[in-house]
Design a protein around this ligand. Structure first.
Ligand SMILES: [Zn+2]
Length: 83
């Protein structure tokens, strides 16, 4: 059983045998060093209502979207305890 992590910049996925909130590594596709988010967290970003998203949401890396959602109280982050 492996866990899937998503590049915040280009969406490349990496598999790891452990489950954490995010992993930091340099992406083999886009070359960016970034915080790969667990796919369950990426899915949770979809729950942020469109009306609450900033204009640049679509251009924001996934990890910035997560930071924004947490700061603005748009996501119930208690789910992180399960990761
Ligand atoms: Zn990438």
């Amino acid at each position: 059983m492996t866990e899937t992590y998503v590049c915040p910049h280009c969406g490349r996925t990496e598999e790891r045998p452990y489950r954490v909130r995010l992993i930091i590594l340099t992406c083999l596709d886009c070359g960016e060093n970034g915080r790969f988010l667990h796919e369950s967290i990426v899915n949770r970003l979809e729950e942020v209502p469109e009306a609450e998203r900033p204009e640049e949401w679509g251009e924001m890396p996934l990890d910035e979207r997560l930071g924004y959602a947490i700061r603005e109280g748009l996501l119930d982050v208690s789910f992180t305890g399960a990761i």
